[in-house]
Design a protein around this ligand. Structure first.
Ligand code: HAM
Length: 421
């Protein structure tokens, strides 16, 4: 019989990988809390209309990447392709704007997009996202970028570049589009089929096409940043000045237009050339009109999301070397040793010390083999001889050094050693 496999582009995160994931999530949570963001948990599926109205009906995500299905009564539902739309929906639905602003949220969880799977690109992937509501001040943009930058730097991810652009106001974009379109029309024969189609519906997206011929053809395209209103220009200049003031380096990228329609003004991406084709680790920007578009009050907002698979691919092993999932292996053998071993295991776990054993091992030799495989730092040897002496042998599994310790009060002694170091 055929065995059932996981869906293409959907991965198991196995026990040997979860410490790395927990570590990344813990660091992200710690930084988010430090910047005053609070955790929100939003649903994994929503009405399809939410994503069509926020991300934009003509984006790749909505046109061809969403997992959409009818509910039993025929209502169209969609597995969330990202977290901003759901966070904004929750913000409106719970009338959060009636509470003092600004309000800052973060989330961690799976997202779903039907993309062509490759390294760092999955169909079920995970994002850590942060959304700041209620401040149009450019310092709020600087703050979200700083949160993203500081947490990635804390993880020691290599070769990070912050790329930044301004998409102006919707008025700026409306005025710029015919200028860009006039340029693109002259280059039409050089563009790929996709860009020729997109030219009419969403000409800005032609600028971030990755096809080399399209890039060459748009090299001298008029830039949106040269057509910004004075307000949008001032906003962008203040964001850049803020980044300089706190020492975060950036690179201006006039092609950075983002694949979601809700953005205005600041848009940014953090890339790394350690990642190959899918080089964006995290990305975001300002989306001042979205709360209103979805039926809420006019509340400005800015945020980002980080791709956790990509962070995991880049995380240096050294960042993890100090993580021992389990500290002690209890090697209890012999008649009385086995009995007291069960009690010792329970005592150690009750004081919060991570402990393992293998009930199948009967001899000391078998236990030591299992202890070495367990990746624990220490083994506690407890046989009948030790019981008679009222002690145990504590063996450092790396250095093989051993010391004898009293059995009575052992859990308190190890607790104080573990948690004071
Ligand atoms: P996004 O650029 O679509 O933005 O996704 C953000 C990050 O999620 C990407 O930079 C990438 O690291 C990761 N990502 C996206 N798709 C995949 C995939 N198929 N496989 C693996 N990782 C992926 C957003 O989602 C916006 N909601 C960000 C935002 C929040 N803007 C404002 N607030």
């Amino acid at each position: 019989m055929d065995t059932i496999k996981a869906i293409k582009g959907v991965k198991d995160i196995l026990p040997e990988e979860t410490p790395r994931w927990r570590f990344i999530e813990d660091v992200a949570r710690r930084w988010a809390l430090c910047y005053g963001y609070q955790e929100i948990r939003i649903p994994i599926f929503e009405f399809t209309a939410l994503f069509a109205r926020s991300i934009g009906a003509e984006t790749d995500i909505v046109e061809k990447e969403m997992y959409t299905f009818p509910d039993r009564d025929g209502t169209s539902l969609t597995l969330r392709p990202e977290g901003t739309a759901g966070t904004v929906r929750a913000f409106i639905e719970h009338n959060r704007a009636a509470d003092p602003l600004p309000q800052k949220y973060f989330y961690i969880g799976p997202m779903f997009r039907h993309e062509r799977p490759q390294a760092g690109r999955l169909r079920q992937f995970h994002q850590f996202g942060a959304e700041s509501f209620g401040t149009s001040d450019p310092r709020a943009d600087v703050e979200v970028i700083a949160l993203l930058w500081r947490l990635l730097s804390d993880l020691s991810l290599p070769d990070l570049t912050l790329e930044i652009n301004s998409l102006g106001s919707s008025g700026d974009r409306a005025a710029y589009k015919p200028i860009l379109l006039a340029f693109l029309s002259q280059q039409k024969s050089l563009l790929c089929a996709n860009c020729r189609r997109r030219m009419e519906s969403n000409p800005l997206r032609v600028l971030d096409c990755k096809v080399p011929d399209c890039r060459a053809a748009t090299e001298s395209a008029p830039r949106l940043t040269e057509h910004l209103s004075p307000e949008a220009r001032a906003h962008f200049d203040q964001v850049l000045a803020g980044l300089v003031a706190i020492g975060i380096p950036y690179r201006l990228n006039h092609r950075l237009v983002r694949g979601l329609d809700y953005y205005c003004l600041t848009s940014f991406e953090i890339t790394s050339n350690h990642l190959g084709a899918q080089n964006a680790v995290g990305a975001g920007g300002r989306y001042d009109g979205l709360v209103e578009t979805l039926g809420g009050p006019a509340v400005p907002a800015v945020g980002f999301a980080l791709g956790l698979e990509r962070v995991s691919l880049m995380l240096p092993q050294a960042s993890l070397s100090s993580l021992h999932e389990c500290l002690y292996y209890v090697a209890a053998f012999g008649e009385t040793g086995t009995k007291l071993g069960l009690v010792l295991l329970d005592e150690l776990r009750r004081v919060g010390i991570s402990t393992q054993c293998d009930y199948r091992a009967i001899t000391l030799k078998a236990h030591l083999r299992q202890a070495d495989r367990s990746k624990c730092r220490y083994a506690i040897l407890l046989g009948d001889d030790e019981v008679i002496r009222g002690s145990v042998i504590l063996r450092n599994l790396e250095s093989k050094a051993q010391e004898e310790l009293p059995l009575a009060g052992l859990s308190s002694l190890l607790k104080s050693r573990t948690f004071s170091s």
